[in-house]
Structure formats: structure tokens, C-alpha cells
Write a protein that binds this ligand. Structure first.
Ligand SMILES: C[S@@+](CC[C@H](N)C(=O)[O-])C[C@H]1O[C@@H](n2cnc3c(N)ncnc32)[C@H](O)[C@@H]1O
Length: 248
């Protein structure tokens, strides 16, 4: 099996979720991060549960095609598992994670994995798009943009979300999350996220969505987004929600 010489946040998340699709370098980075911050597994389980609720909400609205950016490892309750009737194209920019994802999904005829830079939807292979997100631009789809906003500066994020809005058909949904300011109190952990990493106060989220309209649930701490039961008592590290491109 292929090894990685650098850790990836996506594969660190797989480790925290109890998955098997990561490398020793990811485990070492995850443990170092926990040494600086504290336990991460409960937070990422909550984030993945939010993904499941958001994706099931989109599927219940009749959407059966999903385009996932910054997808990471396609297991542990990821999109095609939350919406098993749908077709799903996972994309990422990290070559090791892409190859891992392709290996995991090799037997699937409903989900595929390819290169895609979220900041330029034109980088997604049109053949994969056509196969797994049929009618892209003409039929409503679910655009999944989770774990990614924190790695884009405000101008790039706002432009990217606006371009996705323009490209997606009316009736499409955007599932999105933002990192709050939890790491401000943990400077060593914050430094480990690298210079690109952006924390944002909740007031900053709305303007970045541009023309996407949040559902009435709002953009809230993920544990409080349509919780299945009493929300877990966890720090508000991630805020997320659904937004739509209105029909007609
Ligand atoms: C924190 S991980 C999130 C993985 C997954 N979405 C999740 O929530 O478990 C961020 C992922 O975004 C990817 N990424 C970073 N910049 C990107 C970009 N411009 N376009 C697409 N993916 C990007 C990274 O390679 C990484 O796999």
C-alpha cells in the first residue's frame, strides 16, 4: 500500500473517526495536535454526524447527485453512505488522498473520486462530472463544501462560492461549514494548522455565502443543526448549515 510522507488533515480526521484509511505520518500528526489541543474524536464525530443530517436533508428534497469538494476519505458515514440512492463525485487536491479514495471506491458504480480544486470548478474532469453528477448545471444537486472554508481566505472563498452558485442549477443545495475561533485559546495547535488556516467569528459567515440563501436553520454550531437528540456538550469548533439557490 502507498505511504504518505506528509500528513493530511483529511486522513487525520479518518484516524479520529476510527477509520483504517490513513498512514503513520497522519497518526503522528493527529497525536501531536491532540497533545496541543485535547481530544478531537468527539468533535469530528459530531461534524461527520452533521454531514449525514445535511446530506439526508438534501436527498429528502429529491436531489440525487452530489459534488463534494475537499472530500478527504470517502468512508465513515461520508456522502454516498448517507445518501445511498444518490450518485456522488468526491474531489480533492491532495494526490495521495485522491488515490486512496479511488481505491476505496473502485467497486462502486454510484460514487467516484477525482481531482478538483474547489476554487476552479473547471478543474473537475468533465467525464466524471457527467457520470456521477448527471445534469450538472441543469438539475439541482448537492454541493458539499465541508472542512474546506478554513483553508481559503475571505476573497477566494467568496469568489469560489459565488462561482459555484452561478454554475449550479436553481434548486441546488450547498452544505458548508466554517471553523470558529476555538483554536484561539490553543496557539500551539493553531500553529500546527499552518499559515493558510482561517478562524472566523460567526458574524463573518453570512456575507461569505453571497447569493446562497441559508435555510431557516441558519449557520449554527454543527451539534445544534437539526440535532437528532439533545446536542452533545462540546466546544463550538465548527459552525455549519445548508444554503440554497432558489428555484425560479
Ligand atoms: C480538513 S480536510 C476535510 C476533509 C473532509 N471534507 C471532512 O470533512 O472530513 C480538508 C481537505 O480539503 C482539501 N483541500 C484543500 N484545499 C483545497 C482546494 N482548493 N480544493 C479542493 N480541496 C482542497 C485537502 O486536501 C483536504 O483533503
Amino acid at each position: 500500500m502507498e505511504e504518505a510522507d506528509r500528513p493530511s488533515t483529511a486522513r487525520m480526521i479518518d484516524f479520529w473517526l476510527g477509520g483504517e484509511d490513513h498512514f503513520p505520518v497522519d497518526v503522528a500528526a493527529a497525536r501531536a495536535f491532540e497533545g496541543a489541543y485535547g481530544p478531537c474524536a468527539p468533535l469530528f464525530r459530531e461534524l461527520r454526524a452533521f454531514l449525514g443530517r445535511a446530506v439526508r436533508t438534501i436527498a429528502a428534497a429529491g436531489v440525487d447527485g452530489f459534488l463534494v469538494f475537499g472530500a478527504g476519505v470517502p468512508t465513515r458515514g461520508n456522502v454516498h453512505e448517507a445518501a445511498p440512492e444518490a450518485t456522488v463525485l468526491y474531489t480533492d487536491v491532495d494526490p495521495v488522498t485522491i488515490r486512496l479514495g479511488q481505491r476505496i471506491l473502485a467497486g462502486s458504480d454510484r460514487a467516484g473520486y477525482g481531482y478538483g480544486d474547489a476554487t476552479d470548478v473547471g478543474t473537475v474532469d468533465p467525464a466524471l462530472l457527467h457520470r456521477f453528477v448527471p445534469g450538472w448545471g441543469r438539475r439541482p444537486v448537492g454541493v458539499v463544501f465541508l472542512g474546506l472554508a478554513a483553508f481559503l481566505d475571505d476573497a477566494t472563498l467568496a469568489r469560489t462560492l459565488d462561482e459555484l452558485y452561478a454554475a449550479a442549477a436553481p434548486g441546488s443545495f450547498l452544505a458548508v461549514d466554517f471553523d470558529g475561533e476555538e483554536l484561539a485559546a490553543h496557539p500551539q495547535a493553531l500553529a500546527m494548522m499552518g499559515p493558510q488556516f482561517r478562524m472566523r467569528p460567526p458574524a463573518a459567515f453570512g456575507p461569505l455565502l453571497g447569493r446562497w440563501t441559508p435555510t431557516d436553520d441558519g449557520i449554527v454550531p454543527v451539534a445544534r443543526w437539526r440535532p437528532d437528540g439533545p446536542p452533545a456538550d462540546l466546544p463550538d469548533a465548527f459552525h455549519g448549515g445548508l444554503a440554497t439557490k432558489r428555484s425560479g
